[in-house]
Design a protein around this ligand. Sequence first.
Ligand SMILES: Cc1cc2nc3c(=O)[nH]c(=O)nc-3n(C[C@H](O)[C@H](O)[C@H](O)COP(=O)(O)OP(=O)(O)OC[C@H]3O[C@@H](n4cnc5c(N)ncnc54)[C@H](O)[C@@H]3O)c2cc1C
Length: 477
Amino acid sequence: MTLPPGLGRELSAILGKDGFFDDPIHRRVYDSDAYPHEHLAPAAVALPRTVEQVQEVVRACRRHDVSFTPRGAGTGLSGGALPLDGGLQIGLARMHRILDIDPFERVARVEAGVVNLDLKKAAARHGLTFAPDPSSESACTLGGNFAGNSGGPHCLKYGVMLPHVLGAKIVTPEGELLELGGRWDPGEGLDLLALLVGSEGTGGIVVELTLRLVPLEPARSTFLAVFETIDDAASAVSRLVARGIVPAALELVDRVMMQAVEEAYGFGFPVDAGAVLLIEIDGPEAAMPVEAQRIEEICRKKGCREFRTARSDTERAQLWKARKHAFGAVGRLSPNYATQDGVVPRAEIPRICEFIYETARRHGVTVGVVLHAGDGNLHPALFYDERDEESVEAAMKASGEIIGACIELGGSPTGEHGVGLEKREFLPLIYGPTEMAAQADIRDALDPTGRCNPGKVLPGEGGEGDRLRVVGRQVSA
Ligand SMILES: Cc1cc2nc3c(=O)[nH]c(=O)nc-3n(C[C@H](O)[C@H](O)[C@H](O)COP(=O)(O)OP(=O)(O)OC[C@H]3O[C@@H](n4cnc5c(N)ncnc54)[C@H](O)[C@@H]3O)c2cc1C
């Protein structure tokens, strides 16, 4: 798609020389996100700095009937920020001011392009934190977190994005400014805020957020429990939860991922173990030893061969680096990998893990698995080489089968990465026609002309951009 004559000039006038780009090099930067597929570049890129600029840009798109797709940091793993029909990309990354932190009310007001970790750092100066912690927290934006209802390891205890959003300002697909909720939301009427959290950029552009902060707990302890088999680790997870223990985080890392991490960072982690559990508890100082003892006992009963406690902040940081940078470490083992994001009921973790390894073996694909085990949310990373068509095909087939199995086991095709482009064909497998029609109606009501992030979330909405490529070859979306 090329922009209609006149729109480029209008957008340049709104955004200034450094806020609008339609040259091939700048556009190329936006032809992908963290979803492992190349895509059509947008026709042009708008990088507004103010709410008014976002409104003016959207209104200009309306006048010229051009579609637009919001983008935060582009760390999304389901292709949500890709402008499918090659329309206008609206990047929010320059709207990155923390507008206000109120330590007494424990509330922050931020622009949508603020990076998640930057808010955490600012809140920490007041003894507070922002709980949702995607592993991409050092890059992803709060607007992207809102759009994806994102979570992270500590969401087992603290919940995903939704309960932490008090209010939002959203530029509607028509260019109006919708102000929802807020610090003292009266809470009357239909809950539009909850409707829009997780709407993946299809209901408008989030420009400002009012967010709940929580106090940093006075104490926390982090443990590494080492198991011979992934089955033992998974059954320890079920037992911990069944015994009423709700750790702040409960993560499982399998042998392949542990080996990748060890090769990358050399922290001295056990590379011969079947799996490890990374367990963190937080709360009052006095509760730590008792809780630690209970957790160790349960893990030992389930076959834990070694139980390490982080003795310092450095050791704790190393444990978390092992988990949060696990996917980065995979780069040493494989030129490419595709991460999946299925969910199963916790009790089904051993079965789905067995299925993942068996499926990968059958397709000749190497797989490494990390799980937000407490939530039954699994992230198998399937290795492939984009220069080798057969390896791409095998990884994509295995990936689809794994998601199919999650659904059959009573789970879902996505836990936190969103539907975006990648998972939209899976939705009718978990919802009936009535639920699908209700979603389509809501979408039409929010965006009657279908210009805002077209082709995402709901199945069957195509665009030129369905010509997705894994470098040089066609794959189905
Ligand atoms: C290494 C790695 C680890 C990850 N770990 C996690 C994890 O633990 N948990 C998790 O939930 N996710 C995780 N993700 C996925 C991703 O980081 C999150 O989905 C994140 O919230 C995306 O934020 P972003 O700013 O990069 O958004 P983008 O990728 O730019 O966009 C994502 C979606 O949000 C929409 N969007 C973005 N900004 C706005 C806005 N201002 N208004 C309206 N719509 C908007 C886009 O249109 C798109 O649909 C991970 C990704 C990577 C690469």
